[in-house]
Design a protein around this ligand. Structure first.
Ligand SMILES: Nc1nc2c(ncn2[C@@H]2O[C@H](COP(=O)(O)OP(=O)(O)OP(=O)(O)O)[C@@H](O)[C@H]2O)c(=O)[nH]1
Ligand SMILES: [Mg+2]
Length: 318
């Protein structure tokens, strides 16, 4: 979780962290968080580690904060709906930009390699890539500024000057991101949220989804959170992760394994234990198939690709 810095009050990161983690005794909402603060959000037996980074305030601290940012699987830009949300987004994006951290975009399809000799060779490897042949001199200048006179540059798609610059920046990092818009209980925030949504829709550069949230208290002093109901599921989807359930003699485990969507039965075995992978014999996959009442049982080998919600029973040679 990251936010811009506003000297009067915070955007609500600690309040949210505390709420999602089911209460953190040492967290102090309303007091500036100067060090990263950790919490665990549990959803359907899945644990998500949450980190509140200090508000992006001082260049002296930014380097440290960016180490945390680079480590995250997904960034939540936490925006306070009682302040101008677009300004906050601009502030955060310009800081991330300075650190060559780019949100929700793929790395440019450019491969740069130093070579021993032969000068600078540029290859435009598709019809679209050939449309930027006129940028050859610019690319050569970038190679020289990169500190070499011998290099091969392979370009696979049509790229802009900005994308070429990104490809040459050594510490560029590409992160998934979303927006959490806080304090949605305060007056006028519905209107402000609508403005934010229409701004995001219009922006073709920043493809980002946003979640409004409000944390309030009832008359008994109990905390109530409105919003973020589908957050965990969306995060799994955004990170291309699937849930697999293992089956043993004891039955089907309640707690899923979280794996990448392109994983195989072998990856599942490895995730459970290396020995299970080494002694793997075969697996039964129990899979829901449209139009069938009971799950279909499929006998699968080690390279069989698993699907979201598959139940897997693995048999070993020992
Ligand atoms: N009305 C309302 N106030 C909130 C909400 N969330 C947080 N606040 C208030 O906003 C203030 C700042 O909250 P924090 O959770 O400390 O914010 P933070 O982002 O952690 O702040 P820093 O650590 O200083 O960057 C506190 O007074 C909270 O009570 C909310 O959903 N609604
Ligand atoms: Mg805080």
């Amino acid at each position: 979780m990251i936010s811009d810095f506003f000297e009067h009050f915070g955007v609500g990161k600690t309040t949210l962290l505390q709420n999602l983690s089911g209460g953190l005794k040492h967290a102090k909402p309303g007091v500036f968080t100067a060090e990263p603060l950790l919490g665990i959000y549990t959803w359907n037996h899945i644990k998500f580690q949450l980190v509140e980074e200090p508000a992006l305030h001082d260049s002296q601290f930014l380097n440290r904060i960016m180490v945390g940012v680079r480590r995250a699987d997904i960034l939540a830009l936490v925006i306070d709906l009682s302040r101008d949300p677009i300004k906050q987004i601009d502030n955060i994006l310009s800081i991330l930009d300075n650190y060559h951290i780019y949100l929700n975009r793929n790395p440019p399809q450019i491969k740069i390699e130093r070579t021993g000799s032969g000068g600078i060779q540029i290859f435009f490897l598709s019809a679209e890539a050939k449309e930027c042949e006129h940028l050859s001199d610019f690319i050569k200048d970038m190679v020289k500024a990169w500190g070499t006179i011998n290099a091969s540059v392979k370009i696979y798609e049509k790229v802009s000057i900005e994308e070429i610059e990104i490809a040459f920046s050594r510490n560029a990092s590409f992160k998934k991101a979303c927006i959490i818009a806080t304090k949605a209980d305060l007056p006028n925030t519905k209107e402000i949220y609508k403005k934010l949504i229409s701004f995001l829709k219009k922006s073709n550069k920043l493809k980002i989804s946003s979640y409004p949230v409000a944390i309030t208290y009832n008359e008994n002093g109990e905390e109530i959170r409105k919003g973020l109901d589908n957050f965990a599921l969306d995060i799994l989807n955004k990170l291309n992760l699937i849930r697999i359930f293992t089956k043993s003699k004891k039955g089907v485990a309640e707690k899923p394994l979280i794996l990448s969507q392109d994983c195989t039965v072998g990856d599942v075995a490895k995730d459970i234990h290396k020995d299970l992978f080494d002694t793997f014999k075969f697996a039964y996959i129990y899979r829901e198939v449209e139009g069938e009442i009971t799950k279909r049982r499929i006998r699968a080998g080690i390279n069989f690709k698993v699907n979201n919600f598959d139940v897997i029973e693995i048999f070993s040679r020992v």
